[in-house]
Design a protein around this ligand. Structure first.
Ligand code: PLP
Length: 355
């Protein structure tokens, strides 16, 4: 068997959830576990986050998987339903739904379902992705209030720049102005908002990435927020090559040795979810020692510099990311964000759950 694997640390999930709770003292926590729990496995992360007040997912299949596994707390479909037939299961399993467009209100009005449904009314405060424009809010709210299939209403928005210098002050002011007359519970904060803007915590917070132990804010480390990495992505060296000065490495000969260079060939490539865009010099650890990648990442293998670690040979353990190598740093080097790397862990990588 290839020596690659991803380990999911339940204690780190529990720790990060406790951090979220301590930051959002009064708000309830809706842990965002979309995209297969940000690549960690939906049921794996639900286990570590079982003390959450609720879970947020995209698909009805994910919501039902959580219910079938015995989770009885709030489960929210972040994009609502995609067709009217989904409303029956939503009603039967007491799943909450986002309502972000007119068609979804029509579906609710026309549905014949056993129990009314909890609705999160999504308001577009400037991100312009999902939600009703502010000038439609009153009309939409009245329509939902009169719909016999609606059990209760929560007001919701999502910020585009909570992790940027621009911040959230103007969309937050807009949301507050619109909703000040109503007494409905509100839900505003993703991880960056939860960590950076206490004034936007409201009744529910919706942390995602911070629960997985990576930073929601560029330039600020996860450790600075006291978050612990949940995933360790590990493999081993399966071959060692020694390059003399002037010899080249891998596809495209992207690296040329300027000194005698010992190279470890690692059983991990872009088909495992490692970013092909990782440049020479991307951080990686071998036998617990930090070093760098060299050469172009191929489908099944990549190269690591072990010149200064002469005892590292075939079988030496490699950490692609985890406790020693922050996934944020691998993402930064590769021109992306931790979210993309975590979600891209390939199905062929065995995932194990540890404490
Ligand atoms: C994904 C998502 C979140 C979580 O965002 P993070 O940046 O991972 O904390 C919160 N709210 C909505 C609507 C989302 O789509």
């Amino acid at each position: 068997m290839r020596p690659i694997q991803a380990s999911i640390h339940l204690s780190a999930l529990e720790h990060n959830l406790a951090i979220a709770k301590s930051k959002a003292s009064k708000s309830k926590i809706l842990s965002v576990v979309k995209a297969n729990g940000y690549g960690h496995g939906l049921l794996n992360v639900a286990k570590g986050l079982r003390a959450s007040d609720g879970f947020a997912v995209l698909g009805l299949d994910e919501a039902l998987a959580l219910r079938n596994a015995g989770y009885s707390q709030t489960i929210l479909l972040l994009e609502g339903v995609f067709s009217p037939d989904e409303l029956l299961a939503v009603s039967e399993q007491a799943i909450s739904i986002v309502v972000h467009c007119d068609i979804q209100i029509e579906m609710l009005e026309l549905a014949s379902i056993p129990h009314p449904i909890s609705v999160h009314l999504k308001i577009n405060t400037g991100m312009n992705r999902l939600g009703f424009k502010p000038h439609d809010f009153e009309k939409v709210r009245a329509r939902l209030e009169h719909c016999h299939n609606v059990a209760d209403i929560t007001l919701m928005t999502h910020f585009a720049t909570a992790d940027e210098p621009l911040g959230i002050s103007s969309p937050l002011a807009l949301f507050k102005e619109l909703t000040q007359e109503s007494s409905y519970p509100c839900s505003l904060a993703n991880s960056a908002t939860l960590l950076g803007f206490p004034e936007a915590h409201a009744d529910w917070v919706r942390p995602g990435i911070m629960l997985y132990g990576t930073s929601p804010v560029a330039g600020q480390s996860a450790a600075s927020f006291n978050l612990k990495p949940v995933m360790s992505f590990n493999s081993q060296i399966i071959s060692v090559q020694t390059l003399n000065v002037g010899e080249c490495l891998g596809y495209g000969h992207r690296f040329t040795a300027e000194r005698k260079t010992r190279i470890g060939v690692v059983a991990c490539g872009y088909a495992d979810g490692y970013p092909r865009h990782a440049p020479n010099g991307t951080p990686i650890a071998v036998s617990g020692v930090l070093t760098q990648t060299l050469g172009r990442v191929s489908m099944d293998m990549l190269y690591v510099d072990i010149t200064d670690n002469p005892s590292a040979g075939v079988g030496a353990p490699v950490e692609l990311w985890g406790e020693q190598v922050s996934v944020d740093d691998v993402a930064l080097a590769s021109g992306t964000i931790s979210y993309e790397l975590l979600c891209a862990i390939a199905p062929r990588v065995p995932v194990i759950v540890v404490n």
